[in-house]
Design a protein around this ligand. Sequence first.
Ligand code: C2E
Ligand code: CA
Ligand code: CA
Length: 836
Amino acid sequence: MNHSRVLDTLVKNLEGMAYRCLHDRHWTMIFVSQGCQELCGYAPADMVENNTVSWEEITHPEDRPRIRQQIEAAVRSGQRFAVQYRIVTQTGQVKWVAERGIAIHDEQGEVAIEGFIEDITARRATLEALGEAELRYRHIFEHASEGIFQSTRDGRYLAANPALARLYGYESAAELIADLGDIERRLYVLPNRRRDFLHQIETHGAVLNFESEVYRRDGSRIWISENAHTVHDPKGEFTCYEGTVQDISERKKTEAHLRLLAMVFSNSNEAIIVTDGDNRIVATNPAFSVLTGYQPEDVMGKNPRVLSAGTTPPEVFKEMWTSLQQDGAWQGELWDRRKSGEAYPKWLSISLVRDEAGQVRNHIGSFIDISELKATQERIRHLAHHDTLSDLPNRYSLQKKLEQAVAICKRNHMQMALMLIDLDRFKTINDTLGHQAGDELLIQVAQRLNGAVRESDIVARLGGDEFVVALPGISSPADAAHLADKIGREISLPYQINGQEQRTTPSIGICLYPGDSTEIGDLLKNADVAMYHAKAKGRGNFQFFTEDMNVATTERMSIEADLRLALAHGEFLLHYQPQLDLRSGTIVGVEALIRWQHPTRGLVPPGDFIPIAEESGMIAAIGDWVLEEACRQLSIWQQKGISHLRMSINLSSGQFLDKTLPIRIHELLASNNLSAHLLDLEVTESMSMASPDESISVMKTLRSSGLTLSIDDFGTGYSSLAYLKLLPINTLKIDRSFVKDIESDPNDADICDVTVLLAHKLGLEVVAEGVETEAQLKFLLSIGCEKIQGYLISKPLAAEQAEQFIRNNRPMADLGTIDLWSSAEPSELVPDHAKA
Ligand code: C2E
Ligand code: CA
Ligand code: CA
C-alpha cells in the first residue's frame, strides 16, 4: 500500500493498540488495529488489504448517512469529533460503538481520520435503562395523585409536583415553589403542627401518616396526611426533606360523619340492634342495655328472638317478615322480656340493609319501651270514660252502659229504674265555701252512691251536682223506691269538709224502663222531669215520673222563657205587707213582696217564678230591680211624711253572697236620700246557715252601714244555735207554718214560745209571719212576740193601697176588742237593745 509518511508513522504508532483504525474520508480503511476484529468479527486484513468488507458496510445502514455527515463536518472544521453509531458484526449482531476521532491532513493534503472506536453496547444499554427509569420516575412524579416534594429544613420547597401544587391551590408547581418561600411564614401549616412535624422528622428521620389541617392558597382549609424523611448525601450531610402529601379531607369528612353516626348510635334514646344477614346480633347500643338489662356480650351473635317474651302472636312475626321482604321495613308492637324477666311492650322499627347484589347484609332494629305509653293510653281511655273528679263513669260511658243494660233487660223481659239525683243547695255550698270544697263534697257523694248500690248497678256523674243511678233487673218499682229512700238517707248524713260539717240533701227523680220509655234519651229526660218535681216538692225527696209532670215541665219552661222578657217589659211590681208592732199598735214597717203581672197568666205569685229565676241566674237582675223599686217607694213615702216606716226586702242566696251588694245598697240609699236604719234585709235561715262563717262576714259588712237584718222562715232549716249566736242579726221571723197551727198543735205553740225566748235571750226581736186569726195574735202576745205580719192585719197591698192603709190605720180601735195589752206590759217586752 502506498501511504504518505505521516500515515505510515501513524500506522506504526497505532499498531498494537486496540480498536484503532485509520481511514480516509471515504471510509476506506488504512489501518485497523487487531482489537477491531474483536469488535466486528472481521479480520483487519479483510478490511485493509483484501478490501472484502468496508467499514461503511459494517456500519448500521440507518446510521450511515448521519455518520458520514458528521465526519465530513469534522474534516471541514478540523475539529475533534465524537459519534456514536451501530455496527453490524460479521455474525449479524448489532453493537453500539463510540468513535472519537480527528481529521489529519498529510503533506499531500490528503485527509485521514484517526478514530478510536469503542464498544459501548453495554454502557448504552445501561444508560438507556437509566434514562428510562428517570423518565418513569419523572412520569410518576408529574402524574402522581399525591403531592411529592423536596424541601429544605427551613421549609422552602426545592421540588414539588403538580399534584402538590393543586393540593395547595396553585396552578403549577413552579408557582407553588415561587410563592411558598417559607412554609411557616406563609402559614400553610398550623404552627404547632409544623413544630410537631419537625420534631418527629428530626428525632426519627421520618414521619409517617402525619395528619394536619392546612390552609390552601385561597385560605380554605383541608386535611392532609404526610409521609416524609430526611435525605442525606453519600458523605452523610443533610440534603433535604423529601415526602408525599395526600389530601385526606374527604376521609376526614367521612370519619367525622361516621363518628357522628356512632354518636347517634350510642347516644340514641332508642335501643338499637344490628344483626347480620343471618339475623345474628352484631351490635347493640347503650340504650339497648339500659332498656333490656342485657350487656352486648350477653346477646352478641344470638338471634334477637332471645329477647322475646313469647307472648307476641305468631301472626305478628309472619307479617313482619312479609313486609320486610316486600318493603324492606316494618314497624309494630312486640312483647319482649327484660333480663330481669319482666315483660314489656315495645314499638319496633326494622329496616333491611342490602348490598349491591341485593343480598341482605344487615337488619337494623330500633325500639322503645311503650309500657308507659300504653299506660298513658289506658289512662286517657279511662279519662275519656270517667269523670275526673269522682272517677265515676261520665255521661259518655253512661250512654254505653245504659245501652247494654237496656239490651239485657229487653232480652230478659226485666225492668230497669233510672234515677237522676241532684244535690240540693250545692250551688250555695260551692259559692260560699269555694270550688274545692264543692269538689270534695261531690267526691264524697260519689263514694256514698257507690256504696249504696249493688255491683251490677250503674252509678255515673252527668256533670255538676247531677248523678245517675241505674238499677237494671228490678222486679218492681218498690225496689227503686226502697233504694231511693236509702240513697236519700245516706246522702243527707253530714259531711266533713275542711274540718267543717256540711249538709246536703238529694232530690231524686225516678223513671222506669220499659214503663215510662224504652229510649235512653227519653228515660233520662223523664228522670230529670221527676227530679225537678222532687225539688219543687221541697227538695230532699224522690219522685216517680208521671205524664202530668211532663205537662208541668213544659209549663215551667214556658214561664222561664217569659221571665226573660218580664224585666224589659216592666211586668214586675211590688206589693207591701204591713207589719204591726204589738207594743205600740202601729204599723212600723212593710215587707216588699214581688209580683209578676204576666200578660196572659195574670198576677203570678213569687213562689211560681222566684225558684226558676234562681236556677236560671235571672235572680240577680230581678233582685236588683226589687231593691231599687223598694227604695224608690220608701223615698216617696218619706217625702210624703210617712217618716217612721221601715222597709223589709227579701234577698235570694245569690244576691246575699254577691260581694258588690253592700256598695249597691249604699249607692241606692244615697241616691234616694234614705237613712240606712229604714232598711231591713231578710235572709232565710237556710241561706245564712249554708256557710255560717261566710254569712257572718257578709252580714257584718251589711250591718256596718246601719241597716238591720232579719232571719226569714226561722224554724224551717237546721239552725245551729252556736252560729245563730254569732250572726249579727236583729230579728227572727217565725215561719208561717208554725203560726198556722198554734192553736191546734201544742208542738208548734211550743216552737213559737221557745223561739221568742231564744230570740230575747240573744237580744233579738221576733216577727211572727202569717198571722190570720185573733187567737194566734193572742197567743203571740202572750209569749211576748213584738211584731206580727199576716192577713189579720193586711194582705200584701199595692203601693197606693198600702199608703192608704198606713195613713188610715187606727189599729187600736179594731184590736182593742181583743185587748191587746192585757197579757203583757209592752215596756217589759221591749228587748234591751231595742230600748237603747
Ligand atoms: P216570705 O218572705 O216568707 O213572704 C211571706 C209570704 O207569706 C208572702 O207570700 C205573703 O203573701 C204570705 N203571707 C203573708 N201573710 C199571710 C197569711 O196570713 N196567710 C198566708 N197564707 N200567707 C201569708 P208571697 O208574697 O207569695 O211570697 C212568697 C215568698 O216569695 C216569700 O216568702 C219570699 O220568700 C219570696 N219573695 C217574695 N218577694 C220576694 C222578693 O222580692 N225577692 C225574693 N228573693 N224573694 C221574694
Ligand atoms: Ca220574707
Ligand atoms: Ca217568711
